[in-house]
Design a protein around this ligand. Structure first.
Ligand code: AMP
Ligand code: MG
Length: 519
């Protein structure tokens, strides 16, 4: 197997001089060299063919034992030196100190077709950053990460990718609900792919330790390889860097709001410096439109990471990143100015996105949007089905006919009566007036709306069905969902069954509406 290797992170940045794989605080280093644990019986479950292509890995190679050995951690590719990154972070709003890659091991970087890709195994054993945990991952969470990374990519959301999913053959002990009922589960490994896995927390670690030399080295490295458009120097260079990260992060979060994705653990160590979605843990998809929903049981009380909070939390995280970068800039005004750009861009782009979702190009106002948000919330409406079916409304429909076209999105249609029904009819009336005032045909509007309103997302219960089948050695659902989610905006008549509301069995089921960090 020939790979186009081009390591930079573990060559340009300082390594931990201690090469023993013991848990500890690591100083003066961006990473520690560490080898993946050898799995007892690795088995390839799924390969994302397009990710392999990105890396210059052919189909026949993905079927080879060399490939399985690589993505399971069984062998180390010649002339490479795997490593775990050092980083810190704020978890649920509190400073948590050193965290680091506790169960992620970076293998190497590939430079192919002028694009740089870093490959990382998640769940391949302990590292110096594993703290009190085992460095492993279970099959259910690995399926969720593998499928969702790819689904997000095809939705157009900036994200890390996932090359392959393997089971290790080893058993892993997990207490899913943290209630004293630990049980053994099947171990698995996901091979993640991204230009780099550097997080906000990598910068925070050096800043917290007042290690300004390494802070600057890391910033210069990141800019050189991943922000080549930045050509200024001195403090301006870091201001521009900060500004770029702010804008990219905002773009990512707007995408999340557009498709109804809830990350679930937006800690600063889970924020990519490239503004791509990273670390798929207890994430979820909004099904019934509840802006206060968080999939993460660990977050059930404070609901810090609920759907509607995501843009504010991203900003909070960016402020923490700003604090970390401050020693390189030492100009509060310049930093505040670029940070203010977040809210300015948000106030401009968010309504634009919401407007696009309903297919309007003008004549749009906040009251109209607010009433829709309220109605969606109080009516227990399926977000994906509602927006997708809204595109079927015709200018000549009556308000009642228009409402009938989205009715299937209501979880309890029998509750849409009296005042609530009157409000919906009223909203439809003003919607019909607005679309009539536009210069687009019904077909043109539908086409535009279908570009931003996906027909298929990885609903929580769908991932759960893939998991339950896989736990019985049936991997067909993983394959089926992978193929389906490659074209989320297209009609796929053969897959119509997945364009359906969450079934009742999934309403309060663990793994569907409730997920824990235990993975
Ligand atoms: P997360 O909230 O999953 O992003 O994880 C927070 C921190 O805990 C990171 O430093 C992870 O590497 C670490 N971590 C999570 N799960 C494990 C595990 N099973 N073994 C070792 N470290 C872990
Ligand atoms: Mg993480």
């Amino acid at each position: 197997m020939k790979l186009y290797l081009d390591d930079t992170f573990n060559k340009k940045l300082p390594a931990d001089l201690n090469t023993s794989n013991t848990r500890r605080q690591v100083f003066d280093a961006a990473f520690s060299f560490v080898s993946p644990r050898i799995p007892s019986c690795p088995k390839l479950i799924h390969v994302a063919d397009e990710v392999a292509q990105l890396l210059g890995i052919t189909d026949s190679v993905t079927k080879s034992s060399d490939f399985l050995n690589l993505v399971s951690g069984a062998t180390i590719y010649p002339n490479t030196k795997p490593y775990a990154m050092a980083y810190a972070g704020h978890q649920f709003g509190n400073w948590a100190g050193q965290l680091g890659d506790g169960r992620a091991i970076n293998l190497f970087e590939i430079l192919y077709n002028n694009k740089r890709w870093s490959l990382q195994l998640k769940g391949a054993g302990e590292t110096p950053y594993s703290r009190t945990a085992d460095g492993l991952a279970v099959l259910r969470s690995s399926i969720r990460e593998h499928l969702c990374s790819e689904a997000m990519y095809y939705l157009g959301v900036p994200t890390t990718r996932s090359l392959a999913l393997v089971t290790s053959g080893d058993k892993v002990l997990r207490d899913v609900l943290y209630n004293g009922n630990a049980a053994y589960e099947e171990g698995a490994i996901v091979c993640r792919v991204a230009p780099t896995f550097i997080r906000f927390g990598n910068f925070q670690l050096f800043a917290a330790r007042k290690d300004i030399k390494n802070l600057q080295l890391l910033a210069d490295y990141t800019i050189h390889y991943f922000y080549p458009e930045i050509t200024t120097s001195g403090k301006d260079k870091y201001v521009q860097f900060y500004q770029e990260i702010i804008q990219r992060t905002l773009k990512m979060v707007l995408h999340w709001q557009c498709v109804g994705f809830v990350h679930g653990v937006m800690n600063t160590d889970n924020m990519s410096i490239l503004g791509v979605t990273i670390d798929y843990g207890p994430y979820g998809w909004l099904e019934d439109y509840d802006p206060d929903w968080t999939p993460n049981t660990t977050d059930a009380e404070g609901k810090r990471y609920r759907f509607r909070n995501q843009p504010d939390i991203a900003l909070w995280n960016l402020v923490q990143l700003g604090n970390a970068l401050y020693p390189l800039i030492e100009d509060i005004h310049a930093m505040e100015e670029v940070l203010n750009g977040y809210s300015k861009t948000f106030d401009l782009e968010f309504p634009k996105m919401m407007q696009q979702k309903v297919g309007l190009t003008s004549n749009y106002d906040a009251n109209f949007q607010d009433e829709l948000t309220t109605l969606l919330t109080i009516s227990e409406t399926d977000m994906t089905i509602f927006y997708r079916n809204l595109a079927n409304i015709l200018k000549n429909d009556s308000s009642e006919e228009a409402l009938a076209k989205v009715e299937v999105a209501f979880y309890q249609p029998e509750n849409i009566i009296n005042d609530l029904k009157a409000r919906w009819v009223n909203w439809m009336k003003s919607y019909l007036e607005k679309i009539k005032a536009e210069n687009f045909s019904d077909e043109e509007r539908k086409q535009d709306m279908n570009l931003v309103n996906p027909k298929y997302v990885l609903r929580n219960y769908m991932a759960q069905m893939a998991i339950e089948a896989a736990e019985k050695e049936d991997f067909s659902v993983i394959n089926e969902l992978y193929v389906l989610l490659k074209n989320p905006y297209n009609e796929q008549l053969e897959h119509e069954k997945w364009f359906a509301k969450r079934p009742e069995w999934a309403r309060n089921k663990v793994g569907c509406s409730m997920l824990s960090c235990s993975s």
